[in-house]
Design a protein around this ligand. Sequence first.
Ligand code: DX5
Ligand code: ZN
Length: 221
Amino acid sequence: MSKSVRIHPSILNADYSKILSEIDRVAKVSDLLHLDILDGKFAPNTSFSWEQAKYIIDGSSIPVDAHLMVIDCDEQGPKYAEAGCESVTVHVEATKDIRKAIRNIKSHGTRASLALKPSTQIEDYLDFVDDVDMFLIMTVEPGFGGQAFMPDMMDKVHRTRELIGERPIWLQVDGGISKETIEIASAAGADTFVAGSAVYKAEDPAAMVSILRDLAQTVQN
Ligand code: DX5
Ligand code: ZN
């Protein structure tokens, strides 16, 4: 039996002037749309303003998976949940009261997720394993699309998978996911894959999403 996986295209480097049609190109074959919010303080880059993010959340033909790389996750997390995102991810490094942030996000019927930068260890956040709907293990430093996948994160992915056990928690990887790397991440235990440049630099983005899905789901772990 093949493994059940999710593919979330990231529009960080897509063309904002035609963003909704860029989303439409992959909508039929994708699970959620990955929306990176960068404030220029948590990581050295900025992305969408609140107005642009609202426009995308309201207009996207598939539900949104928001990844907040901002310094005030406690405030921004619930705001994105209220705006109608299907899933909201806050960084553990930028959230003062993680339990409260998760509760506030979930109060809007939204999935709540915790993200870890490459240097952050999962073992420091064991307390939240019964509260979250997803863990996001970053496979690049937060900030930019198109960076190289960090294979040394696979041990952390594997440890997180062990920790999750039978719980229905998704395990997401984000950064450098492509035809060349997705099987490695899937074999380590990831089941939810963000792909930005691999999808939007492909001649046929929808076909690339399907290729990535096939590669990820044939891997056993
Ligand atoms: C990086 C972002 C990623 C980025 C991934 O900080 O969180 O979601 O868009 O882009 P690729 O797939 O090109 O590494
Ligand atoms: Zn992301």
